[in-house]
Design a protein around this ligand. Structure first.
Ligand SMILES: Cc1ncc(COP(=O)(O)O)c(C=O)c1O
Length: 481
């Protein structure tokens, strides 16, 4: 390092310098030159099964641009996004206010992540976020949904001095080892044992909950108010009653709102659909940064945080190197501001209600369509055994090969024919989940319902390409056994 020369006085050194044009790295050029290799590169260096799966179902598109609830491919075709990047794009892609906040925070050249100061943005974001759950006092910022859950599990264990966590069957709380220990699906857990000594109870079963609580070693119960896998709602009154039981046995209620939070279900948090529910810890992530920057927040009561951070020695006992970084915080503040100004939660409630109703109206018309459920813009469409003989034999053939193939048969033409991206809501489930960006309106509802109706007409016609594709899926399922 050289000393400043006389000509370069200290004040000159302190002046922020214009950033020189970047040398040696040109993102636009890189994408133009190598973008076409995307599937090959991914297969070679990242997850080999992803491109394989995408090629098989014809999802291997070249999306070039995105805005709001739409993507465009290189030929200029628009695709309606009913998946929102697994729920992270709450405000749709590239929301101008969030985007500007990110440009601004980069241009501000903040002294971020010094780690031995307090920056203004984390406190400001915590203040704004806590307004939506007034019974909670403090926030830990991390980087992903699973980290929000890990934080809650650790805090619950430390605050109660107990080791066991209860969770609901079929729950999904993330895939790191702690959150895997509270995952309700064997397909995710198999081969990763030993996990933590946590215990599943059937969703909605208060007797099972109390039986476990009576053993006296339970730190808390972690629950999604609406389960992401299969879109199953907790029964009315369950969360309130569970909370009472938990508190009676000195254990904590942990609401995992990673997917259901930030307005997704037509309330800011899904636990707020039920009167009197005040979870001790709330996990937030996904849509908090508008999909731009990985971020998470674990909200909790003051006494829990004070126990975990009980002395100066323990100041870093739970921390994350990138936690509360300026980009994530600025994006989070911008998202909350947009949500308030644009009444995003109300839109989720209204548009979601309309979509659910229009889909439910189709149930009497289509024997394969059994249920439409969910809240706000988190909707599950469940298919089931048809009544007519003709369709039943085809359905049985699919079920014998593998559960979930019919839902896959619906998802594929929705994309291929109608350019709408959806997902099957979990392995072996005959359920499609719709979690579009919360900015969709009547136009998107019309487009989805028209497309879905056309796909259902094809399926109930009994012949044609759709069932031929079903046969291909059956062959693959059998070959994969
Ligand atoms: C309810 C719930 N919790 C936790 C997670 C994990 O979040 P992440 O993928 O950001 O780790 C998810 C992800 O889908 C989720 O739906």
């Amino acid at each position: 390092m050289t000393q400043p020369t006389e000509a370069q006085g200290p004040s000159e050194l302190n002046e922020p310098k214009e950033l020189a044009a970047p040398k040696g790295f040109d993102l636009a050029r890189l994408l133009a030159e190598r973008g076409a290799e995307r599937y090959e590169l991914h297969g070679k260096y990242v997850n080999p099964q992803l491109p394989r799966m995408l090629h098989t179902i014809g999802f291997d598109k070249f999306y070039e641009r995105a805005e709001g609830a739409y993507f465009w491919d290189a030929d200029g075709n628009d695709y309606l996004d009913m998946l929102a990047g697994f729920g992270v794009m709450g405000l749709g892609r590239h929301h101008p206010v969030v985007r500007k906040a990110l440009h601004d925070v980069l241009d501000a050249s903040l002294a971020d992540l010094t780690r031995f100061d307090c920056q203004p943005l984390p406190g400001l974001l915590a203040e704004q976020l806590l307004k939506h759950s007034p019974h909670l006092d403090r926030v830990f910022f991390g980087n992903s949904g699973t980290e929000a859950v890990e934080t809650a599990l650790k805090f619950a264990r430390y605050a109660t001095g107990r080791g066991r966590i209860l969770y609901a069957s079929h729950a999904f709380h993330g895939l790191t080892t702690g959150s895997l220990s509270v995952n309700g699906e064997d397909s995710f857990r198999d081969g990763f044992a030993p996990l933590l000594p946590d215990t599943a109870i059937p969703l909605g079963d208060l007797d099972a909950l109390e039986r476990e609580l009576k053993k006296g070693d339970v730190a808390g119960f972690v629950v999604e108010p609406i389960q992401g896998k299969g879109v199953h709602e907790t029964p009315p009154g369950f969360l309130r009653a569970a909370q009472e039981l938990l508190h009676k046995h000195k254990a904590l209620l942990i609401a995992d709102e990673v997917q259901t939070g930030m307005g997704r279900t037509g309330r800011f948090y899904a636990y707020q659909h039920e009167e009197g529910v005040e979870p001790d810890l709330v996990c937030v992530a996904k849509a908090l940064s508008g999909g731009y920057v990985p971020v998470s927040a674990t909200l909790g009561k003051d006494w829990i945080f004070k126990k975990v951070y009980s002395s100066m020695d323990r100041v870093l006992v739970h921390s994350a190197s990138f936690g509360a970084n300026a980009q994530a915080m600025a994006a989070g503040l911008a998202v909350l501001s947009v949500m308030e100004n644009d009444k995003t939660v109300e839109n989720a409630r209204r548009t979601g209600g309309l979509l659910k109703q229009r889909l439910a109206d189709l149930i009497p018309k289509y024997e394969l369509l059994h249920d439409v459920r969910g809240q706000g813009l988190m909707i599950g469409i469940e298919f089931g055994r048809p009544s007519s003989l003709k369709l039943r034999s085809r359905w049985t053939m699919l079920q014998a090969a593998r559960k979930g193939l019919f839902a896959q048969m619906v998802v594929v033409p929705l994309l291929q024919k109608h350019r709408i991206l959806t997902q099957v809501s979990g392995d072996f489930l005959e359920v499609i989940k719709l979690i579009p960006p919360l900015v969709v309106g009547e136009r998107e509802v019309d487009r989805f319902v028209d497309a879905f109706t056309a796909v259902m007409d094809d399926a109930h016609g009994g012949g044609g390409l759709m069932w031929d594709f079903g046969k291909t899926l059956v062959k693959q399922a059998v070959a994969n056994r």
